[in-house]
Design a protein around this ligand. Sequence first.
Ligand SMILES: [Zn+2]
Length: 401
Amino acid sequence: MDVGIKDGRIISLRQHLPNDPNVLSAGQLIQAEGRVLLPGFIEPHIHLDKAFLLNQMTQDANSVEQAIASTLELKRSFTKKDIEARSIQVIQQAIAHGVTHMRCHAEIDPIVGLLSLEVMLKLKEHYRDQITLQIVAFPQEGIQKQPGTEELLIQALQLGADVVGGITYQDGDLQEHLTTVFDLAKAFNKPLDLHVDFSDDPSMLAILTIIRMTHAYGMQGRVSVGHLTSLGSLPYGEARTICQSIAEAGIHVMSLPATDLYLGGRGDDHRHRRGLTPVSLLLEQGVNVIYGSNNIQNPFTPFGTADPLDIGMLLAQTAYMGSKQDVVTLVEMVTTRAAQALELTNYGLHIGADADLVLLEASNLRSAVYERAPRRFVWKRGQLVASTVKQTTFYHTQMSS
Ligand SMILES: [Zn+2]
């Protein structure tokens, strides 16, 4: 296909004809030569403010609790400058990897106050022509546990946070925590994005309360949940019933395999579970499932380069997603399915959509994902924002006969 772009939007999509006079009249012509063009990648769940902390850590973290505790300590010395520098490092990596939209969780608590949110708002504005940032006001340390947090969340939303965040495994009273965040989402008319059931304990099922409340608040389609790994430890039949209810409530599920594989399943001394969201079961029951990086080089996830295809590949390898159809699903998860969860408009490869595009050095989807093909060009609303050329030189490669 030939793609025509004008004023940042896709204005034509048609069969490639070698000597089409309209194409030749374009101001700039890029020969893609059969390579894969996709709508820009969507990173639906990432923490910029606590990325790249490895050098500051005094000891390794080996559980969710240790990762939270370790980050809490490091947080005390966060400064605006330091949050900004580490966030920019991730944003630039992400842009180079073809990411055009990113939902970022900003920590909101009495320790950092609104520091992180202020940096995110500044970066959102600064990078608006390169990447669209959505900011989640995220009470990582709990709401009731840290008095003053609810007031800070309200201020964050008044200052321009796009999404209400929450976490089901920090406060003692789950119902109270969820009532606070559902009420805020309703009052400010914002989507809700929750960290949910991040555990190997199958009895941890806050998702059931979330399903109920999603219906009660009429928020079907506007609630996303990240992790949801304890569901993967439930017996199949019980898990399947819950997956059906998640689909009925229109809740989006964000699998975060890099963090979940690293921290999950560690309590098992044999038959190690790998601590993943049950992705295939959720998909099979019609749930909108997507995947995110979550963290970049910190106590929760010591890995990562903000490349969504690394995470897609990780999920493919660990969730048995290797079929020809699976790769289509993996690509939808990082594009159109994620766009649904993030409530993006004008997104996709169709006429009228924003020309947020990524051209991969691959001629089919399998090589695009499996080789995590270089992102030759990345465009945001029709403007080139990054290009990558991978070059390998071989020496002494002649076969001796
Ligand atoms: Zn997270």
